[in-house]
Design a protein around this ligand. Sequence first.
Ligand SMILES: NC(=O)c1ccc[n+]([C@@H]2O[C@H](COP(=O)([O-])OP(=O)(O)OC[C@H]3O[C@@H](n4cnc5c(N)ncnc54)[C@H](OP(=O)(O)O)[C@@H]3O)[C@@H](O)[C@H]2O)c1
Length: 240
Amino acid sequence: MNKHALITGGNSGIGYATARLFKDRGYQVTISGRNSDKLSQAAAELGVEWVVADMARLDDLKMMATRFNESGLDVLVNNAAIAAFMPIDAHTEVDYENFLNTNIRGPLALIQALMPALRKRQGCIINISSAISNNGLPNASLYAATKGAVDAFSRSLALELAPQNIRVNVISPGAIDTPIISKLGLDEKQIEAIKAHVESTIPLKRYGRADEVAQVILAQAEATYVTGAVWAVDGGVDAC
Ligand SMILES: NC(=O)c1ccc[n+]([C@@H]2O[C@H](COP(=O)([O-])OP(=O)(O)OC[C@H]3O[C@@H](n4cnc5c(N)ncnc54)[C@H](OP(=O)(O)O)[C@@H]3O)[C@@H](O)[C@H]2O)c1
């Protein structure tokens, strides 16, 4: 029987590369996202199933979870997130809502909604956080707060769900070359300046690729004696 994997934010970047790798390895893959045009195009390219579900909308998450009631779910990759560079003075109420709901409440509520499906297959959960949890970055406090929360809730959930043989782990990417860079609210010049600075601080002296993160996500999904772990995929930044 094929294993089922659900990858949120699967139309772009790390999620897209992960969907491709899981599909290549024989998984039955579903990707989710908030934009049906982008999703359907990505799903057609990858040959996977797709479902529209906005991580900030609880009803969407509950609806998406019902798709797995019968089949069960082997792997959830909680990958979708938003990011932005914003000084503290610029945070608005809407920003707080968007970031907290999309990056923290969404992944947790999705896990909650999928518990029956995960129990059916003794599935595993992989939450994507960020190197920013341990390495400060100016003007990124709101995003950093949400990623620190992902590390924190994952460790507690790992202990809570271990007796049910449901593993919970984290992948913590460093600087990875994906479309997220163009969504940060920066102009081209700022992006180039940040990239050059960031690259100089990475021991391997380059940005990572989405497929390099996908390989580790797959390895973590199949590492049956690993739970409560945060694996860095960051070119050595965690060791600095
Ligand atoms: N790239 C990096 O350097 C880096 C570093 C550390 C951590 N990460 C983490 O890695 C994960 C993947 O990021 P990426 O770099 O691959 O970025 P990306 O290319 O921008 O992909 C993010 C995905 O999440 C989706 N998404 C955003 N908000 C959503 C919502 N409310 N509901 C449903 N889907 C939503 C996006 O959809 P749209 O296409 O509609 O925006 C997109 O498919 C994120 O959790 C990110 O925080 C990335």
